[in-house]
Ligand binder design. Structure first.
Ligand code: MN
Length: 129
């Protein structure tokens, strides 16, 4: 599987962030699936296993920590990196992400120039899992 054909699920309630990430990742040739709520994410994940999940932390229904822990308890996602999209530079948020089972984090605001490299790095992680 080449990186450019990878399917990435982005769980994010903020439409501006979704638009930004959509533009960047589609320009890179990735298949992007978006979920605006944890519920939408679960409906998709019920029948699909993406190559990578980008996980917003603050969401209206279920927060990203809880959703990550729920997914990591399911064996079918053992090889799917889950990357927290954390809005804060606070060390505590990163620690909570890792405790919930996240495999890495991307700090918001999203950096247009850096995101493709970060995505490549996290997809490479998948092959080592
Ligand atoms: Mn949010």
């Amino acid at each position: 599987m080449s990186e450019s054909t990878a399917t990435i699920l982005y769980v994010e309630d903020n439409p501006d962030n979704r638009l930004l990430v959509r533009r960047i990742l589609q320009a890179c040739g990735y298949g992007l699936v978006e979920a605006a709520t944890a519920k939408q994410a679960m409906e998709y994940l019920d029948v699909h296993v993406p190559d990578l999940i980008l996980m917003d932390i603050n969401m209206p229904d279920v927060d990203g920590y809880t959703l990550t822990a729920r997914l990591k308890a399911m064996p079918k996602f053992n090889e799917t990196p889950i990357i927290a999209m954390t809005a804060y530079a606070l060390k505590g948020d990163r620690e909570r992400s890792f405790e919930a089972g996240c495999d890495g984090y991307i700090q918001k605001p999203i950096d247009v120039d850096t995101l493709p490299k970060q995505i490549q790095r996290f997809l490479a992680l998948r092959r080592k899992m």
